[in-house]
Design a protein around this ligand. Sequence first.
Ligand code: PHE
Length: 468
Amino acid sequence: MAQTASARRTSLHGHWSSRLAFILAVSGSAVGLGNIWRFPYVAGTNGGGAFVLVYLLCVAIVGLPLMMSEILMGRRGRRNPVATMQLLGEEEGSTPNWKLVGAGGVVAAFLILSFYSVIAGWAVAYIWAGASGVFTGADAQRVGDIFADLTGSWSRTALWHTAFMAGTIIVVARGVERGLEQAVRVLMPALLGLLIMLLGYSMVAGDFARGLAFMFEPKLADLSSDGVLAALGQAFFSLSVGMGAVMAYGAYLPEEASITRTSVAVVLADTSIALLSGLVIFPIVFANGLDPAAGPGLVFQSLPLAFGQMPGGSVVATIFFLLLTFAAWTSGISLLEPPVAYFMESRGLTRTAAASLVGGIIWVLGFLSVFSFNILSNVIFLKGTFFDNLDFLTSSILLPLGGFAIVVFAGWVMCENSTSDELDPEAGQAYRMWRFSARYIAPIAVILIFLNAIGVLSPVLQALGLTD
Ligand code: PHE
């Protein structure tokens, strides 16, 4: 029978000092390169408006219930995601093999952080670039060259990747309260403030009307079935769900904190920052004749143009890339935490040893992505370079599959007593909505998107006369 008092279980790693600390930590995880680097470039390569619409739908109907599920499972299990899923699987009268879902998440964390750190390294490099004033007065050509110079040099890229990984390992080695919490308190609000300032610039100096139309006029014909899957993947990537990162953080959540309110706050913050970045970047893209579908270099080529033209641009550029680095850092930390907690709990390693070991492996793996932009840029298979494949495998496959399994577990395997025990303080209505989404809406949406992506859905829709 399911246990009723999860209050008796405590985390092995300490707890967040307050609900606010937890909200900051989860938003620190959620807000990162996913919002500012990935959202605009994936929206750009998938045609804009229709992608954004599907993305928003995915956030609301799949992302939010999934985030709530992860937090409630994490808090109930109070272990790393692998052990939590094993424990809850047994406790709920199912099988301990649910731990495989947690293990899949740990693998995803390794893979994501390996390329995440490389892109974050670009942001670190751009702090210095901005400060040195190279962007001042630069035209699109020059800005493009600066970017190509950086990514084309494997040694420079590797250096910044190394610096970023080292910073991430150090914070995780310091532990939950001392390390993770302090890093997010000031930085998140600062990032938001700067983005709002840049929005002002974009409205005045960019082609704001076109940027707005690009993002919010859904032209369904522009969206491929891969694009729909990419929108789901982007929603999961941006919210940090589907791999247990939020579950790992939930394990440190104090008993009395409201999971529903926390999740809603984080989802709103994350989504606003993504939309805000799009609204900053696309007007600049259109005003300068750049290509919205330029790919992973989009932010690094559009924003420096703007910085180069505004008064005090070097200072603004420096602050912006500093904040982007910090946003990436707090996300990187949350990617490293689940595997580290796993190696500590299951292999008996100390926090420092686990952080160094896991971080070291990820650092080495990162070289595949470092080389994808230079010496291995001609090695193209399946979805593109090594980087493209890692990115596709994780966000379009592993996160949606993991998210599907987690939401099914919370909705179908866990008994109502257990889930309402965790979510109850927030009263009946929200609970019933969550449960309905976790059981029906979210899983069905994921299945439909996958069927669509492998081409099974469109003949059916055609037969029903729903598309042509
Ligand atoms: N959500 C983070 C971002 O947007 C990335 C991330 C994905 C972090 C998965 C943790 C887990 O940058």
